[in-house]
Design a protein around this ligand. Sequence first.
Ligand code: IDP
Length: 163
Amino acid sequence: DEFTKKHLQGFQETTFALIKPDGLKNMGRIIDMILANGFLIKELRMCKLSLEDAQNFYKAHAGKPFYEALTQFMANGLCVAMDLVAENAVKRWRTLLGPTNSEEARDRDPSSIRALFGTNNTHNACHGSDSLENAKKESAFFFRDRNFGSCARLENCTLCIIK
Ligand code: IDP
């Protein structure tokens, strides 16, 4: 339809979102919030990060006191990787996430995803890219081995794997 076409034709911005292992049990509710807030899920895959993947993904934090716990946690269960499309997607997804620390989020933004589904400063349910540039890099990292066919019904559509 026109709505979907407009999204996929690049009039909108794409950000990268990740449901972290602690958020997996609330995946349904998180996805409901994503859709209710007007994002289109352009790509989605479940994945299990190796410790090396997790260290790579968070290499900007290497050497920080929480790096070891963070990377172990990220490699310790399934993640759900998504490309989200919307106007101002990067900023809007970060807003919907709320503050990094879930405890602080419950004070400052109780309806945010991290307030509702996270636990603390490390176990905070979801990740969101902080810039368009990082969104591109992070999406490429998670979808690097994708081999999806394009939808015959919609040009450039990668929503399904039907060839
Ligand atoms: P962000 O995820 O809100 O962008 P970053 O500062 O990029 O926050 O940190 C990446 C991740 O590292 C956070 O989502 C959280 O899981 C973890 N983290 C950040 N700061 C701390 C901290 O001070 N203690 C423990 N874990 C932290």
